[in-house]
Write a protein that binds this ligand. Structure first.
Ligand code: GCB
Length: 592
């Protein structure tokens, strides 16, 4: 599946904008069979939860419906017509007039429907999309629904971000020729001064396939024939962190000398490798500085917003961050494309968050069953997880910015059954993409002694909150505990270890002359302490602060208007710690 883009043989119509909108109710029997009732309209892309002032929408559990009319361009006669949804969170059903044309489970990856046989060029059709936000023990992330005493259905989940739902990313209608390119896979390598671009074109045709590569100035630098092969680029300009360089690969299907389909893809030539305790990009040790992020903004929720995209990357640049993790789900593909163009390194994570029945909203749960037992998440979850992994790698495999797959965030990796659960998933990731290392993040209760899965991964990510959830307000004890913790991982595992989360909730504008948690000064002191400790370990490979910005969560006594561990407030204004990080990260350049 290729991201739709206009080419000499393909056209694209954006279906973003205002759609009719209704949440499910008894009066909505077959919402797709006619015009949705009521006069609500919802923007696409956006989560729907914060748009309306009606709690029945915000707290709705179940299906919500989007609808609009779509006209197929009249020039598309004889072409393949495809609908593409970049995401439907968490379960989508797509109807063209009365016909169900696609169904997809998983809220953060794209899906398509070939609707050629259901529509006519020049004519319009009614497009209805149902989106179910319900989380169950078999969905990723998992959750369950309880019924309150007054009969309402309430969604419960284990992860610490708000369950935003809807059509949070773009929807497209596009055309391809009948004989078309289905997919392209690119893997790059470097050999002395030359770059190698291994490619594989999957085409729905037995016509000839040819491939060429142009440099950033548009000069052709290599070409080849056949559906698989390797292009050699003499004097290659590498894609480097902080210095992106992109070539353009064009694949063409040619019949009787004429080009029948053509698709172009940006390609960054770079290598990624783990050697001993080092993480290497282009053979050079790379030290990650940056954040765990969220897709989260006021009003839009998880709706993709190019203004926030650009602004967030400006802030990454300002602060000296070279990377981020797509915690805790795959982000809109536009984010990765932007990272590709701007040289920001990405750790790309699945939506496998909350695989830990011992935690509820950042707090310890009471008497939970073992997470990976049948009474816990059960075997179905592994199949769901494998499917998510396939879809993530399928979508993001060609992005040079993506240097590593993160298979799960904070699973109950110290529990019995964790190894058996993760081993097949780690193997699957390696089989799907042998070119990138894999990682996971270990939560506070999984330490070097009791964690059961670290040996399956190339890089160990640890999420630690000494000075916050542990040793709150006592940075001196926190420092000793943090140092001992990091040392135990580094001594036990001969592989790279990085801090994938560390942070302290901070209320912007709250000040104190003492070590007072929630104050801006405490957040600064907390980071200074961590950085002192990290610098004692030359083998450490990076620091990702939790979190880039404050974000919405479900309600809980320890969540004041959401999670406040942001270095920037939700509106992206800096807290004092932003200046502290900027001092460190801008000075860190060339540290290794
Ligand atoms: C974590 C989780 C993250 C939470 C964070 C916190 O360990 O990975 O999703 O938001 O802690 O602030 O509690």
């Amino acid at each position: 599946m290729l991201k739709p883009t206009p080419t000499p043989t393909r056209e694209l119509v954006s279906l973003d904008g205002l759609w009719r909108f209704a949440v499910d109710g008894p009066e909505l029997e077959r919402p797709w069979s006619g015009r949705l009732p009521g006069d609500r309209e919802a923007p696409v892309p956006s989560s729907y939860n914060d748009l309306f002032l009606d709690p029945a929408v915000r707290d709705h559990v179940g299906w919500a419906w989007y609808q609009r009319e779509v006209r197929v361009p009249r020039g598309w006669r004889g072409e393949r017509v495809v609908l593409r949804l970049e995401s439907a969170t968490h379960h989508g059903r797509v109807y063209v007039d009365d016909v169900l044309v696609a169904e997809h489970i998983g809220g953060y990856t794209p899906f398509e429907a070939d609707i050629t046989n259901h529509v006519e060029a020049g004519a319009s059709f009614r497009l209805t999309v149902g989106v179910d936000n319900e989380l169950t023990p078999a969905t990723l992330p998992p959750g369950h629904v309880v019924t309150t005493e007054d009969g309402r259905r309430r969604q419960i989940y284990h992860h610490d971000f708000y369950n935003y739902a809807g059509l949070a990313r773009s929807v497209w209608l596009y055309s391809t020729p009948l004989e078309h390119i289905r997919d392209i896979t690119v893997v790059t390598d470097v050999d002395g001064d030359a770059g190698r671009v291994g490619y594989q074109v999957d085409a729905a045709t037995d016509s000839e396939v040819r491939v060429s590569l142009r440099d950033a100035e548009g000069q052709r630098v290599a070409e080849s024939g056949g559906a698989t092969g390797t292009l050699t680029v003499p004097d290659v300009v590498l894609w480097q962190p902080g210095a992106a360089y992109l070539y353009t690969l064009t694949a063409e299907v040619v019949r009787d000398g004429a080009v029948v389909d053509s698709y172009s893809l940006p390609v960054g030539v770079r290598t990624v490798e783990v050697r001993g305790q080092e993480f290497l990009i282009n053979g050079e040790p790379f030290y990650f500085t940056g954040f765990g992020k969220h897709e989260d903004t006021p009003v839009r929720g998880k709706g993709h917003d190019p203004a926030y995209l650009v602004h967030d990357f400006e802030l990454l640049d300002w602060i000296g961050a070279n990377s981020f993790r797509t915690s805790h789900y795959p982000y809109a593909e536009e984010v990765l494309e932007y990272a590709d163009r701007h040289g920001i390194v990405v750790i790309d994570e699945t939506a496998a968050v909350g695989l830990n029945l011992g935690v509820a909203g950042g707090m310890t749960a009471r008497n939970p069953p073992l997470t990976f037992s049948e009474e816990g998440l059960g075997v179905q979850m592994r199949h769901t997880h494998a499917q998510h992994l396939r879809e993530l790698i399928q979508r993001d495999k060609n992005h040079p910015s993506v240097v590593m797959w993160c298979i799960a965030n904070e699973p109950a990796s110290q529990e019995e059954g964790a190894y058996e659960y993760f081993e097949p998933l780690a193997n699957l990731a390696r089989e799907l993409d042998p070119s990138r290392p894999i990682t996971y993040t270990a939560w506070l209760m999984a330490n070097a002694d009791n964690d059961r899965v670290a040996s399956l991964f190339d890089v160990i990510g640890i999420n630690r909150y000494y000075g916050w959830y542990i040793d709150n307000g006592d940075l001196s004890s926190a420092e000793a505990h943090l140092e001992a913790d990091i040392r135990s991982w580094i001594e036990k595992y001969d592989r790279p270890v990085m801090m994938t989360e560390y942070g302290a909730d901070t209320f912007a504008g709250l000040h104190s002359l003492f070590d007072m948690p929630w104050s801006e000064e405490y957040q600064v002191a907390y980071f200074q302490m961590h950085h002192r400790v990290f610098d004692r370990f030359p083998g450490f490979v990076g620091e990702h602060v939790w979190n880039f910005a404050d974000f919405r969560t479900t309600t809980a006594v320890h969540r004041v208007d959401g999670n406040k561990k942001g270095i920037f407030a939700r509106d992206r204004r800096p807290k004092s710690a932003a200046f502290e990080l900027r001092r460190r990260w801008r000075g860190l350049e060339g540290r290794k």
